[in-house]
Design a protein. Structure first.
Length: 142
């Protein structure tokens, strides 16, 4: 069973400044990364899911609210799937892992928030593993 998990990070501080780290994040599977910065705090990016790709998220600055769903049918998922709502912020310093088979919808809750995303497939794979639905498709999203 593939489950959503949080990989704990931390910070080291001394007179020179800070180093944020997530030493338990094994990046062996990572093929690429990108950074998301929403235009404002009203915009929700979603629903987007990947059948084969897994992703890891790290908040570089600010805070994000994420809604997650486990897709039950890739051709026509049930509209009443359970939506799990979570919040992540830069001060947590954690990597949030979403295994394959999940859909996400993200919203920055603070201005200028940035989200670093790692993926385990190259960009050439994106067009064959990209599933999207309108934001209002899943009725349990609040």
């Amino acid at each position: 069973m593939h489950t959503i998990k949080t990989i704990k990070g931390g910070i080291a501080k001394d007179q020179r400044g800070n180093i944020r780290f997530v030493n338990d994040f094994d990046m062996t599977s990572v093929k690429r990364f990108y950074i998301i910065k929403n235009a404002d705090i009203e915009l929700v990016r979603g629903w987007r899911a990947h059948r084969l790709e897994q992703r890891w998220f790290y908040v570089l600055s600010g805070e994000f609210e994420v809604d997650l769903i486990k897709i039950d049918n890739w051709d026509q998922p049930a509209v009443d799937l359970v939506v799990k709502k979570m919040k992540f912020n830069a001060t947590d310093m954690n990597v949030f892992h979403v295994p394959k088979g999940y859909g996400t919808a993200f919203r920055a809750t603070k201005p200028d928030s940035e989200l670093l995303v790692f993926a385990d497939h190259g960009i050439e794979h994106a067009s064959i593993d990209d599933y999207t639905w309108p934001l209002d498709y899943f009725i349990n999203r609040i």
